[in-house]
Design a protein. Structure first.
Lengths: 804, 169
């Protein structure tokens, strides 16, 4: 009997090498490679009048210096802008940057010139010697300035509006007008960013003998980088291999591609005939990769006496920065996912996606959902407040019920498919949370704390997360004659423990030992068809594809073994890598031997191959490879679901706010979570822990502080306040609910982003609740919030100057 | 700007680095960071660079037993010191050292990029305080950034490491 691995807290196979310092991250590769450095714009908005590289040309150790003019001569598509990866009909004014700026820069940090030298020190020396003559232009910074459009980012984009998109289900305006109760709210979330511990990095090597480009990138999509770099350099796809080695965190930012440096390093490797490396430093990561989250929202809502949403109308403005390579994914997700577990009777949402002279936006863990959750959950709290009702009661009145699945919202989701929830049980989830956080006993705790002069508050926030978006992922399973199982899937890993979770799936399905399974991710040589790691999709998409490919491999193994053992396929089982005839001890054949039989050979080169020559295997009356079969014990399959799976969860937090200093302390944090069936609960809980920590950062500490000139003032870990251990909850209480998804064979939903989605909402609610002891009616409408901002809010409230 | 002085090859210095019990002779310019020397001159790429301004702690190594940010130290100033990197934390028999094993036991790492800095920091921490309370365990790692784990399992790993080290494992 195999010990089932699925659902077990299996220790990670990745850990041993990572703990020994034997991980291989991009900057660890290609010792002796040349190093690149980039000259970046010091201005947020400027015309480039002249670039003078004369002083660099005779620098010792410098091999190349390029500006946009040089790229024109190097061929491919480099003279044009980088691709707009995700076009959308509503993105009427999409703009992307050039690998090196041509004539104009639109954010401080935009790449202008590229230098390759013996090492990074010399490359940076050379960059400092390039002289650029700028004509500064007025910068557009922040949503207010973008909307006012006194100045524009791109002269051919009127009003700074890149896109406007509206969706509706029912007549929300009419429903609100008729509703017995109405509210309007203005809600703001500031910019933040993924900030993985490892920045971007790329190494390229041109193999002139093979005419091939080998490229390693710290990316969330190897196949995407491969296609994009091939297109930019004018190479055939088959001339480019992209490998993603260990990646030091991604969280969304590394899904964008190609970065200017990915193209330039590849080009330099080919031009110079030597390996070239670019390793981003921390300041570069802040000013030249991507941010997210910045949005301003206006809500109009009409509801009945129970708090039921009769009409919900949301308009919001999304700051997408200077360029739109990743299209409208983030605001589309906000506009659809803000509905969470609720079913308003009528809903209309419209957004404008706006240009500013700041770093561009690509998804950051949660990808628009934290903003949407903030909007919806603040609205729920405001309704409860207006009606004098319990906040959980109002939420319950609006839940989609367990018997209403699949639930179609009548909207189009980010993948172009219907926003149709596959499964869930929100009332049960809320009951779990009520118990886990002690909701019903909270007033007692509040009274006890009040007696000690302390102010505590509780908040709750619910979300639904579309996970496992398409279009597809694939897997290839190969059993070697040793019995070892080599599995490849094309999406990449950046710390999620895929090598462990996927091996668990293979071990179960194929009937092999977990230790004999080796998973490769993100290598286009091994699996050239893939999409990438984002939208909590890896377990759902690659997990399912691997399950199916392992199943095919198992079926083939059983067919061959049945013939070899002269029994029926149904009499066989595979246990620990050995095919057994059920109930007949000793009647077995190793999977490795089955692999030998699966591949008739002409040449013998070792013991296994000697057993596989066509003189020893097969029926002389039949073709060596049977019709409809292929040689080798292998299986390939793909998973391409109709639509996304929808995970759900609810968080609650108890905070204490200091009546004097407005300091905010976390007393308790509780998470209930439903991501369908769990492959490895240890890994899922780790994802929740990490998500919550990022959420704490986003709610209380992290923001991108731009001045009016478009300079990012806190572009370092010294000034961008990422949480240390001292800022996160000591403990997170977690309870799982497993509502299987009907959309994949394993019943799983994604878990990667969940922890971060409700943070802004749940902290706003808890802090507001605590504050109302001394400041009745105080409202929190903007996040993140610092102690000094909370202090200012108190003062504004006392002066009657806050906006309810 | 085109001063010929700028174009002269940089002055090089011969330095002997004692790392994980082995001696390495390297020739480096004065400005070469210890982190770069370890990674790129010695090929000990287990030490990672996360911020280059001493805040994140990923590059932490032990210099004569004390945790030091190797991105804030010049290679030339490490002459004569005993340096321990993550590669030097394994047991003599090749097994994982107590801090490494504790991280595996407690799922104290995800992407693994910040991990070497935590491992070296905690190694020094439990040498100084072999039985840390939970609060002391938090304090021990309070200068290192991790973006993946949320720290709860890292704090658990500190206490587990102390246990393992106490058992002589």
């Amino acid at each position: 009997m195999n010990t089932r691995m699925f659902g077990e807290k299996v220790a990670r196979v990745e850990d041993d090498r990572l703990l020994r310092g034997h991980g291989r991250y991009v900057d660890d590769l290609a010792a002796g490679a040349l190093h690149a450095a980039v000259l970046r714009s010091p201005h947020a908005h400027a015309r480039i009048k002249d670039i003078d590289v004369t002083d660099v040309l005779d620098c010792a150790g410098v091999h190349a210096v390029w500006t946009s003019e040089d790229l024109d001569e190097l061929g491919g598509s480099l003279a044009g802008p980088l691709p707009l990866l995700i076009p959308h009909p509503a993105l009427t004014h999409g703009r992307t940057q050039h690998a090196l700026a041509r004539g104009e820069v639109n954010y401080a940090g935009e790449a202008i010139a590229f230098v390759v030298a013996d090492d990074r020190y010399l490359a940076e020396d050379a960059v400092a010697r390039i002289r650029v003559d700028y004509e500064p232009l007025p910068p557009v910074v922040g949503i207010e300035a973008a909307r006012a459009a006194e100045h524009v980012v791109h002269p051919d984009v009127p009003g700074n509006v890149g896109a406007r998109l509206e969706q509706a289900n029912g007549d929300a305006a009419a429903a609100i007008a008729k509703a017995p109760h109405r509210l309007s709210l203005d809600l703001t979330i500031e910019r933040s960013a993924s900030t993985p511990m490892e920045g971007r990095g790329v190494v390229a090597q041109w193999n002139a003998d093979l005419g091939r480009l080998l490229l390693w990138s710290s990316t969330q999509t190897s196949t995407g980088v491969r296609a994009a770099v091939a297109a930019q350099l004018g190479l055939d796809l088959r001339q480019v291999d992209v490998m993603t080695p260990d990646v030091g965190g991604g969280f969304g930012v590394k899904i964008n591609h190609p970065w200017p440096e990915e193209v330039l390093v590849a080009l330099a490797a080919r031009s110079l005939g030597r390996p070239v490396k670019f390793t981003e430093d921390r300041r570069e990561h802040f000013i030249s990769s991507a941010h997210e989250r910045g949005q301003v929202h206006h809500v109009e809502v009409g509801f009945d006496d129970d708090g039921r949403l009769l009409g919900l109308d949301v308009t919001f403005w999304h700051d997408h920065g200077a360029y739109t390579p990743y299209g409208l994914i983030v605001p589309i997700i906000t506009s659809t996912q803000l509905l969470g577990p609720y079913k308003p009777q009528a809903y209309r949402v419209a957004f404008e996606s706006l240009y500013t002279n700041t770093v561009m936006v690509t998804p950051y863990r949660g990808a628009g959902r934290p903003q949407g959750c903030f909007v919806m959950e603040r609205t729920m709290d405001a309704i409860a407040d207006a009606l004098g009702k319990d906040r959980l009661e109002v939420r319950s009145a609006n839940f989609i019920q367990p018997d209403e699945f699949p639930y179609d919202h009548g909207l189009v989701f980010q993948d172009g498919r219907e926003l149709e929830y596959d499964s869930g049980d929100y009332p049960a989830l809320l009951e779990k949370l009520r118990k886990l956080v002690g909701w019903d006993d909270f007033e007692q705790l509040r009274a006890e704390k009040a007696a000690e002069g302390k102010r505590v508050g509780i908040g709750v926030a619910c979300y639904v997360e579309g996970t496992g978006v398409g279009p597809y992922e694939g897997a290839h399973v190969h059993v070697e004659t040793s019995g070892k199982v080599k599995v490849a899937t094309g999406l990449t890993s950046q710390g999620q423990g895929h090598q462990t979770a996927f091996a668990q799936i293979v071990a179960d399905e194929l009937g092999v030992r977990f230790e004999d399974v080796e998973i490769t991710t993100g290598d286009t040589r091994r699996m050239p068809y893939a999409v990438g790691t984002f939208a909590s999709r890896a377990a759902v998409m690659s997990g399912s594809a691997i399950h199916k490919a392992a199943k095919r491999t198992r079926e083939k193994a059983l067919r061959i073994a049945a013939e070899a053992l002269e029994v029926d396929v149904t009499d066989l089982d595979i246990v620990d890598g050995v095919v057994e005839v059920k109930g007949v001890p000793g009647s077995t054949i190793d999977l490795g031997t089955v692999a030998v039989l699966a591949n008739p050979l002409r040449y013998a080169f070792d013991e296994a191959s000697r057993a596989a020559t066509q003189f020893t295997v097969g029926d002389p009356g039949k073709p060596p490879v049977a019709e409809g079969e292929q040689p080798g014990l292998e299986g390939t399959d793909f998973h391409s679901p109709e639509r996304s799976t929808f995970a759900s969860g609810m968080h609650a937090v108890v905070v204490e706010t200091d009546p004097e200093t407005a300091e905010i302390k976390i007393l308790k944090y509780a998470v209930v979570h439903d991501c369908g069936r769990l492959i490895n609960p240890m890994i899922v809980e780790g994802q929740i822990h990490g998500g919550v920590a990022q959420g704490v950062g986003g709610a209380l500490y992290e923001r991108m502080v731009y001045d009016d000139a478009g300079q990012l003032l806190n572009a370092s870990f010294m000034d961008f306040l990422m949480p240390y251990v001292t800022e996160v909850p000591d403990r997170i209480d977690i309870d799982h609910q497993e509502t299987p998804s009907p959309l994949n064979p394993l019943g799983i939903k994604g878990a990667g982003e969940a922890g971060v989605i409700p943070s802004a909402a749940v902290f706003a609610a808890a802090i507001e609740d605590a504050e109302r002891i001394d400041h009745p009616g105080l409202t929190i409408r903007a996040m993140p919030i610092s102690p000094s901002e909370l202090f200012a809010l108190r003062q504004a409230h006392e002066a009657g100057k806050d906006t309810p | 700007m085109t001063e010929p002085a700028q174009q002269r090859a940089e002055e090089q210095h011969e330095v002997r680095l004692e790392v994980n019990g082995a001696s390495y002779d390297v020739t480096v310019p004065a400005r070469r960071l210890l982190s770069d020397a370890l990674r790129h001159d010695l090929g000990l790429t287990g030490t990672h660079v996360g911020c280059e301004h001493g805040v994140c702690g990923a590059c932490t190594v032990l210099v004569d037993g004390a945790p030091v940010r190797s991105c804030l130290m010049l290679a030339v100033s490490a002459q004569g010191s005993r340096i321990t990197t993550v590669e030097g934390l394994t047991r003599d028999d090749g097994g994982l050292g107590p801090v490494q094993q504790a991280f595996r036991d407690c799922h104290g790492l995800q992407c693994g990029f910040c991990t070497p800095g935590f491992l070296t920091t905690i190694t020094a921490g439990i040498a100084a305080n072999p039985d840390p309370t939970r609060a002391e365990a938090q304090e021990m790692v309070a200068g290192n950034l991790c973006r993946c784990t949320g720290y709860q399992n890292i704090v658990a790993a500190v206490q587990r490491a102390a246990e393992l080290a106490g058992d002589g494992t």
